[in-house]
Design a protein around this ligand. Structure first.
Ligand code: DX5
Ligand code: ZN
Length: 228
């Protein structure tokens, strides 16, 4: 079985100390840094743009940035995010009308191309395009905010997606899960087929009184994921 990757989501970090928070989780064993880009249209919340991604790349050193675009018309911003330092660039199937073109363009720009599905979007949406993808991201909360409850129906979607990737995926694909992931459910999520676990609140905490201990928190997720 391939080693499970842990990708802390900076959405739950202390935004006043973002670079320090990123340096800390990188030192604490993060495999990737997950960056949530929100436009106030595809999702209700608004977060960050390419200039902040560029600053995070500096802070992350060599650890790859996994940029999750929750924006309408993501095709308009692909160059900007790849130039800013996205190693993986993921768009939502629901947000891009010409998804095949969008995915092809991400790969041409030199990044790994991902497609994400909202909880209500069937895995069938991936079928025509799965052979073009470096990554599939299954949302297990409705995107927009950190700290939400894991939607259990996501486990079945992970199993279905894993099957599709195993039969028709590009070499080197990975299957990422995002939303409500932590030590309590990491094992079941990995058993369902996930290879990259995004974790926001489970790594950065749930507010000012609950910050720090990044190494301990990442280790707890990893131990659970590996069934230790
Ligand atoms: C939600 C974001 C997630 C979020 C996950 O819209 O895509 O990446 O930060 O946070 P947790 O792990 O707290 O559910
Ligand atoms: Zn995300």
């Amino acid at each position: 079985m391939q080693r499970v990757k842990i990708a802390p989501s900076v959405l739950s970090a202390d935004f006043g100390r973002l670079a320090d928070e990123v340096r800390s989780v990188c030192a604490a064993g993060a495999d990737e840094i997950h960056v949530d880009v929100m436009d106030g249209r595809f999702v209700p919340n608004i977060t960050i743009g390419p200039c902040v991604v560029r600053a995070l790349r500096e802070a992350a050193g060599g650890i790859p940035l996994d940029v999750h675009l929750m924006i309408v018309e993501p095709e308009r911003y692909l160059e900007a995010f790849v130039e800013a330092g996205a190693a993986v660039l993921t768009v939502h199937a629901e947000a891009s009308v010409h998804l095949h073109r969008t995915v092809t363009r991400i790969r041409e720009l030199g990044a790994r191309a991902g497609v994400s599905l909202n909880p209500s979007t069937p895995v069938l949406a991936l079928e025509p395009i799965v052979g073009e993808l470096d990554r599939v991201l299954i949302m297990t909360v409705n995107p927009g905010f950190g700290g939400q409850k894991f939607i259990e129906a996501g486990l079945r979607k992970l199993e279905q997606t894993r099957g599709l990737l195993e039969t028709r995926g590009r070499p080197g694909w990975d299957l990422e899960v995002d939303g409500g992931v932590g030590p309590d459910n990491a094992r079941r999520i990995v058993e369902a087929g996930a290879s990259v676990l995004v974790a926001g609140a489970a790594v950065f905490g749930r507010g000012p009184a609950d910050r720090g201990r990044h190494a301990e928190r990442i280790a707890a997720i990893r131990a659970a994921a590996e069934g230790r």
